[in-house]
Design a protein around this ligand. Structure first.
Ligand SMILES: C[S@@+](CC[C@H](N)C(=O)[O-])C[C@H]1O[C@@H](n2cnc3c(N)ncnc32)[C@H](O)[C@@H]1O
Length: 309
């Protein structure tokens, strides 16, 4: 979806663009290739490993004056852009979720496949890890997280199993990904073990990183920075994210309710131009792309757009 996402930005060589999820820099590189000498790309990533990749020279942009890296959470988009003198942008790209670099490091705990510390923080400066969450929260709180962010049908039973592991016969903290898998092992339906584990890890990851709140805050700020014609491109990897993006592109709010002015004209800041799933070839090459959804929106002047109901 790299080409479709970058095409969606409709890049002007002298424009200012933001990639809020630098990761391994694949999308940033493709954007830079389309910028001329007057263009500017600002990239965000809250993971210090992404910052190290930029600093290491591996990416060969550290001396490119057209590139600025900000090692912070994109929920502070507007403040950090202002700090760098950017008050208006021509397009913003968000390729949400976890990067393959993060998945592949066992000790960061992102992958259900490896034995590793139960961490799951994208920003290792953050105070709370998944280990703190599963050992500190009560059954009610854990069930809420698993139901809301993992959409697990048996969230309550899993939450109870986690609490039992800590307080019952085992009486020890859940420290590693393997401990967590053992704690819930009786609640993974046969043949669906991996799916349920992925849902469980997703739930903990979303909570630990405050992912949905960060997404809401970033999208709200993005429309304030885009002039009419500016583009918003988002790739999401699960239905919770995509629902927020879809509603926002449709209505400018996260409930998806289109507000109207006194005369009945819809007050919407964006017009959705495209909504695409990954091609079968891309899914064959990268199984994560199976759940990916790319949406492209264009900033319009509020109140000037007629939306189809
Ligand atoms: C799917 S990867 C992006 C991959 C990238 N497009 C590429 O071409 O390599 C998502 C990246 O976004 C970062 N990220 C996720 N949420 C973030 C947030 N709220 N603020 C800043 N970075 C975030 C993650 O640390 C991760 O490196």
């Amino acid at each position: 979806m790299l080409a479709e996402a970058v095409d969606g930005l409709n890049i002007r060589p002298d424009g200012t663009y933001v990639d809020v999820t630098f990761g391994g820099g694949g999308h940033s590189r493709a954007i830079m290739e389309r910028l001329g000498p007057e263009g500017h790309l600002v990239a965000f990533d809250q993971d210090e490993d992404a910052a190290k990749r930029v600093e290491s020279g591996e990416w060969r942009v550290e001396s490119d004056a057209r590139f600025t890296f900000i090692g912070e959470n994109f929920r502070y988009l507007k403040s950090y852009l202002r700090l760098h003198g950017v008050r208006r942008i021509d397009g913003l790209l968000a390729d949400l979720g976890v990067s393959s670099h993060q998945f592949d490091v066992a000790e960061r705990g992102f992958s259900t496949r490896f034995e590793g510390a139960l961490d799951l923080r994208m920003d290792r400066r953050a105070a709370t890890t998944a280990r703190d969450l599963v050992n500190g929260a009560d059954e009610e709180e854990l069930a809420r997280v698993l139901r809301l962010y993992g959409e697990l049908p048996n969230a309550r039973q899993m939450a109870r199993a986690i609490v039992r592991w800590r307080t019952g016969g085992e009486r020890r903290d859940i420290v590693t990904t393997t401990d967590l898998k053992e704690a819930v092992s009786h609640h993974l339906p046969r043949g669906m073990e991996n799916k349920y584990l992925a849902m469980l890890f997703q739930a903990l990851r979303i909570e630990v990183n405050g992912e949905l709140d960060a997404l809401r805050e970033m999208l709200s700020q993005a429309v304030e920075l885009l002039p009419p014609g500016g583009r918003l491109v988002v790739i999401s990897y699960h239905s919770l994210e995509d629902r927020l993006v879809k509603n926002f592109m449709r209505s400018g709010n996260f409930e998806g309710v289109v507000e109207k002015d006194f005369y009945g004209n819809p007050l919407v800041p964006l017009k959705q131009l495209a909504s695409l799933a990954a091609s079968p070839e891309e899914v064959a090459a990268n199984s994560r792309a199976r759940s990916a959804r790319l949406r492209v929106g264009e900033r319009v002047e509020s109140g000037k757009l007629k939306v189809e109901s």
